[in-house]
Design a protein around this ligand. Structure first.
Ligand code: 28F
Length: 638
């Protein structure tokens, strides 16, 4: 049996890698699929560092049939000489000595961006085996580790290669003892991050191969860098100005690059990175750019007199409406903070980001007045919508001290103020509304007669929906507010009952109301507060008995339950509007007698498809839908 000789550096090596195997989460975040894929990024980062240093143009990532991973670069190759501090080759040192601070461990940071990451030894510790080949000086050097980083064959020359072939090739097999959840690689996860790395490092070519069963090979290289990233995100949107704006600058050894373009949408897609790491939680680079963007657009808007002196400033939200932006910062000692260590903390970056951005964007606006005007007008429109929505929200928010019937006169509110026992009927048409007000239990039942068709909110932005009287009344009555102010705890009724006729008009109103609820009050539906009243379709009279039934099925069931020689009259009910207060209460409102159908979100999701066909812009789907469903459209039971 080979004599094991450990000198003190061997012991330090083994203790270091042992520590990683004991608490892998400290070094790679978790041992789930996410941690498994993180191993790839540790090795790829080292190759990218060699690219950032300017020595590598091509990187290849291969998923081998056994789910081991090979990463190749055409850089200088890890030095094969003896490392002064450890007496081992530099390659063996890089793969067996645990360096200070990993992104997850030791509270430190991931050293990257030209200083070769710390991750190689972590990958070694968590792999069943690792093989490193270095192409250097026309020789192929190879070293192999097994079982969590033990050197089983020290670095030695195994072959020769052409003098112009240099680089590093690393193959590793994650240890199933560590990655108990899965050791199967996901092509899409690798593809997404590799594509992102190619966007973030313009001109760098990264090839991804899957050599398992369904073989695949894709190459990612973007000469446009993060501008190409913006182009991809905006591909299925409508850009409102031609150029993608690209700004870059370096101050105090901090490099800041920004690419952005506005589209006609309302949402903002801003993604920021520090040393290629996705700073999901933002940070000082993103803050600096955002502040500068708001300041510059306001200054320019006032300069060209689009913003008058007494107009209030455009807000950060206004200037970011429809903005697609990528921010990439490269810094030698990044501090990552936040819940998931994805917030850039270096305070010195904020000033640099702000000044690099300001200088570049100001110049762009001066040199491109037409595009500048488009951008400023977009922010102005957003500001107007924001102000309108705020005003409407204030109007719509119930003034507790005033009885809101004075406000609109349309809502006949109930006397009780205990939401648990109160219910509100949204009734179609004034006549039914009148009967409902007369026939109701005024202690707990509020009536809101809806006149005509409420707005089709399918396509409207919040501020337009809020300008519709009927909708404002509904929002006020509910008491929850709408949009960002929405608070379900303020709901004033336990049941919201839609009471419309079973005819096409009634169904149309019902679908419009459900569109409104689905778009702006979905939590109320999800909580099960919304119901549809079920007015009876037939009334059967025999002797002194009057029996109301909901539909044909109940009618037949009831008739078959009568004794054969019972004489009876049967009539099809008229619309809600023709029922008198007594009848309406008796049949549809009285808690003891009525039948309500609770509306659930999946009702609405199914109907949502119907909404967009019936309410959406295109005529074709609507015609097709009505044609196919005409026979049922009046029983549209949503
Ligand atoms: C497939 C993964 O790991 N590529 C790498 C290099 C190149 C050098 C290097 C790496 C010890 C600590 C300095 C070569 N010549 N691909 C990779 N390529 N590491 S890792 O040096 C590591 C030294 O930092 C290298 C001259 N300087 C650096």
């Amino acid at each position: 049996m080979k004599e094991e000789h450990y000198n003190d550096s061997d012991i330090q090596v083994l203790e270091g890698l042992e520590a990683v195997r004991k608490r892998p989460g400290m070094y790679i975040g978790s041992t789930s699929s996410r941690g498994l894929h993180h191993l790839v990024w540790e090795i790829v980062d080292n190759a990218i560092d060699e690219a950032l240093a300017g020595y590598c143009d091509d990187i290849e990532v291969i998923i081998n049939p056994d789910n081991s991973i090979t990463v190749k670069d055409d850089g200088r190759g890890i030095p094969t000489g003896i490392h002064p501090k450890t007496g081992l080759s530099t390659v063996e040192t890089v793969y067996t000595v645990l360096h200070a601070g990993g992104k997850f461990g030791g509270g430190g940071y991931k050293v990257s961006g030209g200083l070769h990451g710390v991750g190689a030894s972590v990958v070694n510790a968590l792999s069943s085996w690792v093989e490193v080949k270095v192409y250097q000086d026309s020789k192929v050097h190879m070293i192999r580790f097994e079982n969590g980083g033990h050197t089983v064959s020290p670095l030695k020359v195994i072959d020769s290669c052409s003098p112009d072939r240099t680089g590093t090739t690393v193959t590793f097999k994650p240890d199933p003892e560590i990655f108990k959840e899965t050791t199967i690689y996901d092509y899409e996860i690798l593809k997404t991050r590799i594509r992102e790395l190619a966007f973030l490092n313009r001109g760098l070519r990264i090839i991804l191969c899957d050599d398992r069963t369904d073989k695949k090979k894709e190459t990612f290289v973007y000469e446009g860098g993060i501008s190409a990233y913006v182009e991809m995100i905006n591909a299925n949107k409508t850009p409102i100005h031609k150029d993608i704006i690209h700004l870059e600058g370096t101050e105090n050894d901090i490099n800041l690059e920004v690419a952005f373009q506005y589209n006609s949408g309302y949402t903002s897609n801003i993604y920021s990175f520090a040393n290629n790491i996705n700073t999901h939680e933002g940070g000082t680079h993103e803050d600096g750019v955002k502040l500068a963007l708001t300041r510059i657009i306001n200054n320019y808007a006032r300069k060209i007199k689009l913003l008058k002196d007494n107009d209030e400033n455009l807000s950060g939200e206004d200037v970011r409406e429809g903005l697609t932006m990528i921010i990439s910062c490269k810094i030698s000692e990044p501090q990552f903070e936040g819940q998931t260590k994805t917030k850039l903390g270096n305070s010195e970056v904020k000033k640099v980001a702000s000044s690099v951005f300001s200088e570049g964007f100001e110049r762009f606006l001066m040199e491109n007045p037409d595009e500048a005007k488009i951008i400023v007008e977009k922010s102005m429109t957003a500001a107007r919508a924001r102000v309108a929505a705020k005003k409407a929200r204030q109007l719509a928010r119930r003034k507790d001290d005033l009885d809101i019937t004075n406000f609109y006169g349309k809502l006949s509110d109930c006397k009780s103020k205990d939401p648990k026992e109160c219910e509100i009927f949204l009734v179609e048409g004034d006549s039914a509304g009148g009967s409902a007000i007369k026939g109701r239990n005024s202690m707990t039942q509020a009536i809101l007669p809806l006149r005509g068709k409420i707005l089709n909110v399918e396509k409207a932005r919040l501020d337009r929906a809020l300008s519709n009287e009927e909708i404002k009344t509904i929002i006020t009555a509910f008491g929850t507010g709408i949009g960002e102010d929405f608070n379900i705890d303020k709901l004033r009724y336990n049941k919201i009952i839609i009471m419309t006729d079973a005819d096409v008009d009634g169904s149309h109103i019902r679908v419009l109301l459900l569109t409104l609820f689905y778009r702006f009050f979905r939590p109320i539906v999800e909580a099960g507060h919304v119901y549809a009243a079920q007015p009876p379709l037939f009334v059967i009279k025999h002797g002194k008995t009057i029996k109301y039934v909901l539909n044909e099925m109940e009618r037949d069931e009831y008739l078959s339950s009568l004794s054969p020689n019972t004489k009876y009259d049967i009539m099809r009910m008229k619309g809600l509007g023709e029922m008198d207060a007594e009848e309406l209460n008796e049949t549809t409102m009285d808690i003891e007698k009525r039948v309500l159908r609770q509306i659930t979100v999946d009702d609405i999701v199914a109907a949502d498809d119907i909404f967009s066909k019936l309410m959406g812009e295109e005529v074709e789907p609507r015609r097709k839908f009505i044609e196919e469903n005409a026979v049922y459209v009046e029983n549209l039971d949503v």
